[in-house]
Write a protein that binds this ligand. Structure first.
Ligand code: FAD
Length: 154
């Protein structure tokens, strides 16, 4: 769940909160240029299911924290929900002239749910396969974000 809205941002530091209140995921506060802010909370569906919690509850906790910490005050929230698949079986990214890439193939990383890089990389590979008639594979696109974030992978 997330919301982006105009806000007179006073604190320009991004914040991420991991595993708050046993959430299998994280919440964020991201001030943007031009007086906008994006706030949100995300989790794996099975993590919520196993804990008996739901994301609306975590959204409420987040908005209370934003208010209490003075990051966003006096705002009436209207969040939007999104769902997408993280990396699973991608053994058949292509059938004939039909190519799957990005979220359509479920390429977001398993740990952070990041899918932008994989969407770009798979799109470029699909385009290359179409132009050259070569093989299309997404096998070497990383399944996890943390190794690169921690400097374990270039
Ligand atoms: C709240 C949230 C926060 C996220 N934060 C991050 C992050 O910080 N970093 C990160 O790496 N990833 C993040 N992700 C994941 C990332 O947004 C996706 O993995 C990524 O955008 C996938 O790119 P895509 O091009 O495959 O799909 P999309 O970005 O979904 O693009 C698909 C496009 O196709 C269009 N479309 C759909 N159907 C049709 C149709 N029939 N005809 C024409 N067009 C159509 C859609 O309108 C859309 O514009 C986040 C996701 C969410 C929901």
């Amino acid at each position: 769940m997330e919301e982006e809205f105009p806000y007179p941002v006073a604190d320009t530091a991004c914040r991420l909160w991991f595993f708050q209140h046993s959430l299998r995921g994280y919440a964020w506060y991201v001030p943007k240029a031009g007086g906008y802010v994006n706030v949100g909370v995300g989790s794996t569906a099975d993590g919520l299911w196993n804990s008996g919690q739901n994301l609306k509850h975590h959204w409420e906790l987040l908005t209370r924290k934003l208010e209490a910490d003075g990051l966003v005050t006096g705002h009436t929230f209207h969040p939007i929900g999104h769902s997408y698949y993280v990396r699973g079986d991608v053994s058949q990214p292509r059938i004939g002239n039909a190519f799957l890439a990005g979220d359509a193939l479920g390429l977001a990383t398993r740990d952070m749910g990041e899918g932008i890089s994989a969407a770009i990389q798979s799109g470029l590979r699909a385009a290359d396969a179409i132009v050259t008639g070569g093989n299309y594979s997404v096998d070497s696109i990383p399944r996890y974000s943390l190794p690169a974030l921690l400097g374990w992978r270039g």
